[in-house]
Design a protein around this ligand. Sequence first.
Ligand code: SF4
Length: 68
Amino acid sequence: MSECELLIKCGFFKKYQSTKELACKGFISRYCKGTDMDNCKRKAYRKEHGVAPSDDMMPDGHMIGRVC
Ligand code: SF4
């Protein structure tokens, strides 16, 4: 699979997919459309809690500060 199966319902992706910020673009290409999609902390959170995390939680589990 070349894209995360949660892409269309992922709040992070929806909110930041058009960002020009390199840090965010990097997360998207590495996780949402890349080899680390199965290591995404947002995905793990959803599995553990049964609900989606804040849109501002990044795939590495940190909250977005000023990077994106
Ligand atoms: S942030 Fe995680 S859950 Fe959301 S689309 Fe990217 S890889 Fe999938």
